[in-house]
Design a protein around this ligand. Structure first.
Ligand code: SF4
Ligand code: SF4
Length: 367
């Protein structure tokens, strides 16, 4: 047997809850892989369940999906970026790191599998047992859950629930994650779990992942930002990056100008109370004009926070989950910055955003 076959066989037998995939940045941070993360520190240890089939859902953009072409052949997402380790070893290393310096957060992500609920609770418990002070997020598959499981996840030690809503509208959800792609996910079920989790875990202790570039309009995203804000649920942006071997592998990425404008408008809504009436859309739902006071725009574009990665916080409330290389490859332009952009980054951002084309500055639009 050559080493690749051995590795493949290991991956089939080394499954959760005893084994776990961890992001390469986290593996380096824990000393399980050699190397260095050049751009920033990795403050969140992201873990992912591992089963031989990947995931039984069928999301059109995901490298773990059931019907992705090239299944079990070569999958760069899980092979290279997310190495596999024994869960107890990872939990041990998290405990060790916490004794040296504070670990910002751990996140355990579920996939769609009949074992995934029990295993999620088991895996969170193992980490919590070895590092009781470290805050833990559960990135759940809403389709599998009910009220009882949400309680068990909390009791195991998680303080935040993340839900991969991903698609910003019901129609898009149907075609990329639901029945439209022979997937198990349902928009209404997702919202039931999101709202139940919000009730149980508290304000801003639940978040929805939203992917920019799956086919949604700017209006879909903007409406979602207002809705989530009104319910005190966090919106965390991700950027579509075509995964080889998936149904959407040939779909182009969203233009960087659009990404920047979405990041800007999200920040204006969340942090500066931009009223809905201040955003105008064209017929296709693309932002045509934003009316905002000059001084607020200057503040947002010059401090750079709006363009950073969105993610769960550490114990002090500072963003911990910065996912270096989560939505771009090393060497590519940043979609979201895993650190506060400096003056030269801000120059690039400003050029990309082309704000003058869509801004109507006034002094009264914001409260
Ligand atoms: S449920 Fe999550 S892991 Fe499974 S295919 Fe969809 S996006 Fe991928
Ligand atoms: S933002 Fe990061 S830590 Fe929070 S649920 Fe999502 S992946 Fe997990």
């Amino acid at each position: 047997m050559n080493s690749e076959t051995v590795e493949k066989n290991n991956e089939l037998s080394q499954i959760s809850p005893d084994y776990v995939r961890i992001s390469m940045a986290a593996a380096i941070e824990l000393g399980l892989k050699p190397g260095r993360i050049s751009c920033c520190s990795c403050d969140c240890i992201n873990l992912l369940q591992n089963y031989p089939q990947g995931c039984y859902a069928n999301c059109t953009y995901c490298g773990l999906a059931r019907e992705r072409p090239g299944i079990a052949e070569d999958n760069s997402f899980i092979r290279v970026d997310w190495p596999l380790f024994p869960t107890d070893l990872v939990a041990e290393k998290i405990g060790e790191l916490e004794r040296k310096k504070e670990v910002g957060r751990v996140c355990v992500a579920q996939v769609q599998d009949h074992r995934a609920n029990n295993d999620l609770v088991d895996m969170i418990s193992r980490v919590h047992h070895r590092a009781p002070e470290v805050p833990i997020s559960a990135l759940v598959t809403a389709t599998l859950l009910n009220d009882e499981w949400l309680v068990k996840i909390k009791e195991a030690g998680a303080d935040i629930i993340g839900v991969g809503l991903d698609a910003a509208s019901e129609e898009l959800f149907y075609s990329t994650r639901g029945k439209g792609t022979k997937g198990p996910h349902d928009w209404k079920k997702h919202w039931k779990i999101i709202r139940k989790a919000r009730e149980m875990y508290g304000p801003m202790k639940v978040n929805c992942h939203l992917i920019v570039g799956l086919g949604e309009s700017d209006r879909d995203l903007v409406e979602m930002f207002y809705l989530l804000k009104s319910e005190e649920i966090a919106a965390y942006l991700f950027s579509f990056n075509p995964e080889p071997g998936t149904i959407m592998e040939n779909t182009p990425r969203t233009p960087i100008t659009r990404t920047r404008r979405i990041q800007l408008v999200k920040n204006l809504i969340e942090e500066h109370e931009l009223p809905e009436s201040s955003i105008e859309f064209d017929k296709s739902g693309t932002i045509r004009m934003i009316a905002a006071p000059r001084k607020i725009l200057k503040l947002v574009t010059e401090n750079g926070m709006a363009f950073m990665t969105d993610g769960c916080p550490d114990r002090q409330g500072k963003m911990a989950c910065n996912r270096p290389y989560g939505s771009y490859r090393p060497g590519e332009e940043f979609r979201d910055y895993p650190f506060l952009p400096d003056a030269s980054d801000l120059k690039i951002i400003s050029k990309e955003m082309k704000l003058a084309e869509i801004v109507k500055s006034n002094e009264s639009a914001l409260v």
